[in-house]
Design a protein. Structure first.
Lengths: 112, 113
């Protein structure tokens, strides 16, 4: 069965610094998608970034980028130039064939 | 209204009550989902509907009953719930052809007394 593990329940980063959130997953499928979602306090969950497993190039969206290591089944999120608005719960998600699996989340605190 | 909306935003119900949660998506998507979010637990997928047909039911107790009358609306009917069912219930939608990127509603905070 597929699993998604986020081993960092909480992380802190200084404003303007860089932080990396970890995510590992387990699957026997070769074709799948990986996502990072952000859930600000009392606000809607929104998509941060998406990676197709068949693509070797790491996805990038402005200050957000991923380090996708398919063989190692690792999918970390790097946030550069952190801003106060980045404070939120971050969820890593795996989507395979009729499988939608989320990790337990990492709470990111941004320090002014 | 834009995106995914959910009503009510907050609901308190007794264990013998019957209530329904409503979700509506204005994105033209063809798949809709119900999730349960409890503190310190992974987001739990409950039900999936693709083109109004239920394709996933992750061993959800029968006291939760989904209904998808069309591709824009999704309901979750609740009856004889237990206190451990208290949680945030999230609705999401996606366009299957574009890789399952999901758009979430704000959720309904449910408290069972």
């Amino acid at each position: 069965a597929q699993t998604v593990t986020q081993s960092q329940p909480e992380m802190s980063v200084q404003e303007a610094e860089t932080v990396t959130l970890s995510c590992t997953y387990d699957t026997s499928e070769s074709d799948y998608y990986l996502f990072w979602y952000k859930q600000p306090p009392s606000r809607q969950m929104i998509l941060v970034i998406r990676q197709e497993a068949y693509k070797q190039q790491n996805a990038t969206e402005n200050r957000f980028s991923v380090n996708f290591q398919k063989a190692a089944k690792s999918f970390s999120l790097k946030i550069s130039d952190s801003q106060l608005g980045d404070a939120a719960m971050y969820f890593c998600a795996y989507v395979g064939t009729y499988k939608y699996i989320f990790g337990t989340g990492t709470r990111l605190k941004v320090l002014a | 209204e834009t995106g995914v909306t959910q009503t009510p935003r907050h609901l308190v119900m007794g264990m013998t009550n019957k209530k329904s949660l409503k979700c509506e998506q204005h994105l033209g998507h063809n798949a809709m989902y119900w999730y349960k979010q409890s503190a310190k637990k992974p987001l739990e997928l409950m039900f999936v509907y693709n083109f109004k047909e239920q394709t996933e039911n992750n061993s959800v107790p029968s006291r939760f009953s989904p209904e998808c009358p069309n591709s824009s609306h999704l309901f979750l009917h609740l009856h004889t719930l237990q206190p451990e069912d208290s949680a945030l219930y999230l609705c999401a939608s996606s366009q299957i052809a574009t890789g399952y990127e999901q758009y979430f509603g704000p959720g309904t905070r449910l408290t069972v007394t």
